[in-house]
Design a protein around this ligand. Structure first.
Ligand code: EPU
Length: 438
């Protein structure tokens, strides 16, 4: 088992380069299935969710070749299996994108149901509603979702909640369906637009991605393309907060500043200086950090995936801040760990009250999900003393070489292997790993 050991108290300075977006890559890689020719996908982050996506493609029969730094050539024309088994799907929640992609191309798919996860209940009712509207039937048995369709036809799909996953899955299933599909109450995240741009670069006809109405006119064939995944908005936001928490001064490169707007605005309210350039931002702190309130919301609101990181920063600010989590029921599980580091946070349902104490102390802690892990890294960087973070596999699912990038900014962080756990501890960790997914 690996853990991160951080000796806190060092200002982050210098430059860091942001990788491709996890939540775009985990949809674009399955989307290649829809193409009738090989595709090259560039700017793919080196994270374990991508490794699993590529493994699933290979297990289905696709030819996957690494063609340079963070780029893959994927030939989907050799795919002859239409199933994502439990053993693979349980490791990554986003394996549900294989449902939409396989259905869209082959009119059949068999994918293990995404299980419960550390963020709470994660239903897929809206995904299934979209598939049915397009003409598919589904059965759920023994934990598997089976989809079949004689043919797929365009239809109107109205989502009851704003959902990223179901919006992307509806796009994947509709892109080759006959006629016009109109998705209403669609999610507007940058990765929705990125998936639409990727599909359009293969010859799809998708309009309105990035607004709440997406129109898709089905096409018969999709051709090969070379496409570069957008930079990761959440990785960039995480580094912005880490720089602020250490009162540092650094430049974050390979970002789309527009995607960072809600994060930038909040950080400025807290007292962080931010200067935007074409594809980079400079972040620095030269005064006190002050309280603010944060409510998470679908894009363009403040992203839930940045909630734990900004909460950590607010423990270092003056005054009382309130955070309201509106997307996931169980996204305050990191709070117990931050308390071990001296944070004063009270949680009541979906609201957390943070009394800024201005300081944190190093402690042994455990990452309970991906963004919780990022928050603990930020806490460790800002804290006095040594912080040891366990269960870093959560962090490695979504951050590309986090410790290397932080070290280049001057952080004292290292990844160390620690002795095998007892059998019982190993089982618990395995259990956690299997539940981990986003
Ligand atoms: N929902 C339903 N029914 C559905 C689908 C979703 O009720 O069929 C509800 C969910 O329970 C939730 C809300 O709708 O309350 C939003 O869920 P959404 O479908 O948008 O989430 P997701 O697609 O499963 C993606 C990201 C998450 C991110 C959320 C919200 C991926 C692979 N995951 O999840 O990312 O938090 O959107 O932005 O894109 C992370 O990266 O750490 C992470 C958890």
């Amino acid at each position: 088992m690996d853990k991160f050991v951080i000796r806190g108290g060092r200002r982050l300075t210098g430059e860091v380069i942001i990788s491709g977006a996890k939540n775009a890559a985990v949809a674009i890689l399955p989307a290649v299935i829809l193409s009738d020719e090989p595709c090259i996908i560039e700017n793919v982050p080196s994270i374990s969710d991508v490794t699993i996506s590529l493994r699933i493609l290979k297990e289905m029969g696709a030819e996957v070749t690494c063609v340079g730094h963070d780029a893959y050539r994927i030939d989907p024309t050799t795919i002859d299996k239409f199933c994502v088994p439990y053993e693979t799907a349980r490791k990554m929640r986003a394996s549900y994108y294989f449902l939409g992609a396989l259905l869209g191309k082959f009119h059949k798919a068999r994918v293990s149901m995404p299980g419960g996860c550390p963020l709470g209940d994660r239903p897929i009712d809206q995904h299934l509603k979209a598939f049915c509207a397009l003409g598919a039937q589904y059965t759920l048995s023994q934990g598997m979702v089976d989809l079949t369709a004689d043919s797929l036809h365009g239809n109107q799909i109205f989502f009851d909640v704003v959902t990223v996953g179901a919006t992307m899955n509806a796009m994947l299933a509709a892109v080759k369906a006959e006629g016009l599909t109109v998705i209403e109450n669609a999610a507007k995240e940058p990765h929705i637009v990125d998936l639409a741009n990727f599909l359009n670069s293969m010859g799809a006809n998708i309009m309105g991605a990035g607004t709440d109405v997406i129109k898709i006119r089905g096409v018969e064939h999709l051709h090969g393309t070379t496409y570069s995944v957008i930079p990761d908005q959440i990785e960039a936001g995480t580094f912005m907060v880490a720089i602020a928490a250490t009162k540092g001064d650094a430049i974050i490169k390979n970002v789309i500043p527009k995607h960072l707007e809600s994060i930038t605005k909040k950080l400025e309210k807290i007292g962080v200086n931010i200067e935007q350039y074409d594809d980079s931002v400079r972040v620095w702190v030269d005064g006190p950090l002050v309280k603010t309130n944060v409510k998470t919301a679908p894009h363009p609101g403040f992203p839930t995936d940045m909630q734990s990181q900004i909460a950590t920063l607010l423990t270092l600010a003056e005054g009382t801040s309130i955070i309201t989590e509106n997307i996931w029921e169980q996204r305050f599980r990191y709070v117990d760990e931050l308390r071990r580091m001296g944070a004063d946070i009270t949680v009541n349902g979906k609201v957390a009250l943070i009394e800024g104490t201005g300081k944190l102390m190093g402690a042994p802690v455990k990452a309970c999900d991906l963004r919780a892990g990022a928050a603990l890294i930020i806490a460790g960087l800002a804290a006095s003393g040594i912080t040891e973070i366990e269960d870093i596999f959560h962090i490695e699912r979504g951050y590309d070489c986090m410790e290397g990038k932080l070290r280049a900014l001057g952080a004292d962080i290292e990844k160390v292997s620690f002795p095998d756990k007892t059998e019982e501890q190993t089982e618990t960790a395995e259990d956690d790993k299997n539940k981990a997914a986003s």
